[in-house]
Design a protein around this ligand. Structure first.
Ligand code: URA
Length: 317
C-alpha cells in the first residue's frame, strides 16, 4: 500500500462493492488523512479536497459474500507526528512504511479496481462499459469460470444471476454447496456489444478471442490468488479462454490440466436451458453435467450421497 489515502480508497471501494454508502472515519484515520494532505499542501487542489470517496458506479463488483463482516484489512502502523519515539533503536523492527502483506480479499478487491480501469478491454470499443468482476469466497476450493456477463449480470454487477445463473446456482446446491462457498467468475469482465450496443436489449453474445485476451490477465491472477483445488470451465468459450481448445462433447468427462490445477470442462448452463426447450428437455445433457460435477465433488473430497448419485439416473430420466 503506497499511502494511507490509497488504503482508505481501497477500503471505501470494498465497502461500496458491499453496498455500504456511508463509512464512519475514526479519529485516527482523520488524523492520518490530515497528515497525508498536509504533505501535499503545496498543491492547493489536493489540500482543499475532501477525502476521496469512490462512487458506487466505479466500485468493483468482487464480493466476498461469506465473510462480508470481516474488516477490510490490516491497518498500517500510524504515521503520526505525535507517535512516541521508541526508547532504543532496533534493527529488527519492521518499518511502518514497509508494504503491508495483503489478504486475498484485498488482493481481489485491488484486482477488481484494476479491471475497472482496464484500458486494453475498454479501447477495443466492442465491449460495454460496466465491468462485472466475480462473486464468492477467496477460500473457494472450486472456481467456476463462465464466458462474459449478460444483461442481468450487467444490471447487478454480479456474474451468473440471470436464468443461466439460476441454473448454475441449482447445480451448486445439488453439490451440497452454496454460492458463497465457491467462486464464480468470467473470462471476459464486460458484456460484449452487439452492433454498437445501443439497441441491444437483452441480447447477449459470446466474447471473441481478442475480447477474452483483453481480460485474460485478470482471470489468471484470480486463479493465482485463490489457488482452487478444481476449476470448472462452463462451455467451450471459457475453455478456449483458458487455452484449452475443443468441443465440450470431446473435452468433458475427465480432468485436464490448467497450470497444475485440474480443470473440468462441462456444458454451459445456457446450453442446458436451450436444450430444455427442445424435445426430451435436455435431460441427457443435464445428466452429463451432473456426472462431471460428481467427479469435481470427488476431487475436492466432498461426500456424495446415494440420493445425489441417483440424480438424473437413467431410471429417473
Ligand atoms: N453467462 C456467463 O458465461 N457468465 C455470466 O456471468 C452469465 C451468463
Amino acid at each position: 500500500m503506497s499511502s494511507a489515502t490509497d488504503l482508505l480508497k481501497l477500503h471505501l471501494a470494498q465497502q461500496a462493492a458491499r453496498g455500504v454508502t456511508h463509512v464512519a472515519l475514526t479519529r485516527e484515520v482523520q488524523t492520518r488523512l490530515r497528515v497525508g494532505r498536509s504533505a501535499t499542501a503545496a498543491k492547493p487542489s489536493a489540500s482543499a479536497a475532501p477525502p476521496a470517496a469512490v462512487p458506487p458506479a466505479a466500485a468493483p463488483s468482487f464480493r466476498r459474500v461469506e465473510y462480508a463482516a470481516t474488516p477490510a484489512g490490516p491497518t498500517p502502523a500510524p504515521v503520526s507526528p505525535t507517535r512516541p519515539m521508541p526508547e532504543r533503536i532496533s534493527l529488527s523492527d519492521p518499518s511502518p512504511l514497509a508494504p503491508q502483506p495483503q489478504s486475498r480479499d484485498e488482493q481481489l478487491a485491488r484486482l477488481a479496481l484494476e479491471a475497472e480501469n482496464n484500458d486494453k478491454a475498454r479501447s477495443l470499443g466492442t465491449l460495454r462499459d460496466t465491468m462485472v468482476f466475480a462473486t464468492g469466497t477467496p477460500d473457494a476450493e472450486i472456481v467456476f469460470v463462465g464466458e462474459a456477463p449478460g444483461a442481468e449480470e450487467e444490471k447487478v454487477r454480479e456474474p451468473f444471476v440471470g436464468p443461466a445463473g439460476q441454473l448454475l446456482t441449482k447445480i451448486i446446491q445439488a453439490m451440497g454447496l452454496r454460492r458463497n462457498q465457491v467462486y464464480i467468475t468470467n473470462i471476459c469482465k464486460f458484456r460484449p456489444k452487439i452492433d454498437d450496443g445501443r439497441f441491444q436489449g437483452s441480447k447477449n453474445r459470446a466474447p471473441s478471442v481478442g475480447e477474452m485476451l483483453s481480460c485474460q490477465q485478470f482471470v489468471l491472477a484470480e486463479l493465482e490468488i485463490i489457488k482452487p483445488k478444481v476449476i470448472v470451465a462452463l462451455g467451450s468459450t471459457a475453455a478456449t479462454g483458458l487455452g484449452i481448445e475443443g468441443t465440450v462433447g470431446r473435452l468433458r468427462g475427465k480432468f485436464h490440466d490448467f497450470r497444475g490445477t485440474p480443470i473440468m470442462i462441462t456444458y454451459h448452463p445456457s446450453y442446458l436451458l436451450r436444450r430444455e426447450q427442445e424435445d426430451g428437455g435436455g435431460i441427457a445433457e443435464k445428466r452429463l453435467v451432473w456426472e462431471d460435477m460428481m467427479k469435481v465433488m470427488d476431487q475436492v473430497g466432498l461426500p456424495i450421497t446415494e440420493k445425489q448419485r441417483a440424480y438424473f439416473s437413467k431410471a429417473r430420466g
